[in-house]
Write a new protein. Structure first.
Length: 71
C-alpha cells in the first residue's frame, strides 16, 4: 500500500469520525457530511474520480507517493 492510499484512507476516516463526533455533540445534521462522503466513495467506484485522490495528486510529488509518473 503506497503513501497516497494511506493518506486517502486516513482523510476519509477522519471525515467520518469528525462527522459522527459533531453529530453527537452539536447537531444530528452533521451526519449529512458522512452521507455525502459515502456517496462520493460509491460514485468513484463507477466514475474513477475521487476528490481526495485528485487533491492528493495536486499536492503531492507523485514520485514520492509511489505512483507512476504520467503526463
Amino acid at each position: 500500500m503506497n503513501n497516497r492510499t494511506k493518506l486517502h484512507d486516513g482523510i476519509v476516516g477522519m471525515i467520518y469520525l469528525l462527522s459522527i463526533i459533531l453529530a453527537t455533540t452539536v447537531n444530528l445534521q452533521w451526519l449529512y457530511l458522512a452521507g455525502a462522503v459515502a456517496i462520493l466513495q460509491i460514485m468513484s467506484m463507477f466514475t474513477g474520480f475521487c476528490p481526495v485522490y485528485y487533491t492528493l495528486d495536486k499536492l503531492m510529488d507523485q514520485t514520492k507517493s509511489g505512483a507512476p509518473k504520467t503526463k
